[in-house]
Design a binder for this molecule. Sequence first.
Ligand code: SF4
Length: 682
Amino acid sequence: MPVPSVDTHCPYCALQCGMRLTGSRVEPRDFPVNAGGLCQKGWTSGDLLRSGRRLTTPLVRRGGELEPASWDEALDVVGGKLRELREQHGPDSVAVFGGGGLTNEKAYQLGKFARVALGTSQIDYNGRFCMSSAAAAGLQAFGADRGMPFPVTDLGGADVVLLAGANPAETMPPFVQHLRGADLIVVDPRRTPTAELAGLHLAPAPGTDLALALGILHAVVAEGHLNKSFVDLRTAGFDEMWRIAAAWWPERAERVTGVSAADQRAAAAKLAGARNAYVLTARGTEQHATGTANVGGWINLALALGLPGREGSGFGCLTGQGNGQGGREHGQKADQLPGYRKITDPAAREHVAGVWGVPPESLPGPGRSATELLEALGHDDGPRALLVFGSNVVVSAPRSSGVQKRLSSLDLLVVADLVFSETAALADVVLPVTQWAEEDGTLTNLEGRILLRRKALDAPPEVRTDLEVINGLATRLGQPAARFPVDAETVFEELRAASKGGTADYSGVTYDRLRAGEALHWPVPDENHPGTPRMFLDRFAHPDGRARFAAVDHTGPAELPDADFPLQATTGRVLQHYQSGAQTRRITELMDVVPEMFVEVHPDTAARSGLADGERALVRSRRGETVAKVRCVGSLRPDLVFLPFHFPGEGRANLLTNPALDPVSRMPEFKVCAVALSKVDT
Ligand code: SF4
């Protein structure tokens, strides 16, 4: 019988390109965000479906070794230990760590499982490492956080687009076709493939993004380009913001950032002269201990120009992970309940508890954020057990050597994953779960559009879905099986009810509407509602309908270079790999291109350190050291080195990174830390 083709979406990034799967064979299809394009990761994404490099049986640690076990054995071990820990040490002795790649249904069910079955407040997810600063700044400014409050295709009508810390030409190449008609201003310390496309590339010193945003804003106002009627009618807080920004004339910003005042004024003039313009941010400006303020600075610039809240212009954030948007809306975040509701809001607690059939007072309060949770593991007042779903924290968390030690010291570490990741290797119990194409589920892409990813082929027999795993654990904790259904559409029906009335209202979305191909961007408050492709056109989501300027000032990175650590390091992605590389490092075609850890260094800096292109370098920070192959890059700033964060072992970039946290978003400072470079002693 011929294998049927199924229209679905890529398993990787938040663009969620449309593709057609026939068995494990991938073809692109015409979908608005990718218009028939796929990047190399997308083209090769079927390779892992029939790969021998995936997990196919549960593993339980016995006598120090992980050994194959039946599902009943594995789940009984976990259930028994969880009951024991909760009885002896209370519900917060057990923690849950989720992921931004989990479907909406899984993210929802995981949050419910933590709060109802475990009764723990200790749940957070790896999205905290990804877009939390943009989310926090968006909430502060607009009263609602949807990465792009407009469809991606709107960018095609822009004259000018400013990209701050975004490198889509490398991280999501099909996205770039929407920027073809625009004059690009790219803000990035590195000359990235995206910067190569720019009419104006501004390369600030690492950690000085906000000073640059303030300098450009100052030029906008000083040159008479402030959109006064927009500011008066649709915003609040300009005067408080300007009391700080007025001191950031471009010459002062030049001294801090290294970007010339003339270039700052040129950027201001380009943006002000555009009929339609956008300001977009991504991880480069967000992953800082000042990430929320940085994004606030770029939003201030957009608001001063009157860009948000009007069709054809705007402000947005390029969300990173496949379900980075939906993953932060349905309750796997430490401070949230489904529908993007605050867990501290009594009305939200009552509504969600009603849907879950439990008393509101039984729901725990907010828990620790991701980094704080991982740092607390194994401490006297910290969790003694951790359940990890869809995340590889040994590679992706900051100061990861400490995380590795703490995971090893736990009473119980459980990892549900499709591959034997570096985190799974430390686990007491490993649970093999299905992949994207082996199950139904919804995701919400970077433009807030809810998408159905459909089952295209059967999983190996000994593999279960995450929803089945959650059900198996919940029933072992005494929960009725019906409270934790295993069918994705049934879970989605409950999610709809839980989200009703919330900021991210999915109550009008049904699987049937998605199967019919309707383009549904949240909020969708009823089944006759067409969705909301463009938000904020009439009013922003604050009670008074006005957007808020942020009164933010430049403070700089948490750590500066000195005589011992004279360089700055920044981290990021390459085209061929995704996140911790757990999936893409198992795909031969991708590994053939980028097989190992490397460090980009300016040739003069390499020479001063006694290093040549292709040699192995030792990169040290105040927290650890990593080994990487030198790539000399003449366009790189001599004071900067770049490391991709996809590789494990002694080549982990996150052995170096600084866990200093943003005070609002609790984002760690992945994007800048002080390092030293030397030859590897042989
Ligand atoms: Fe997949 Fe993102 Fe590449 Fe599209 S751009 S094919 S969604 S990884």
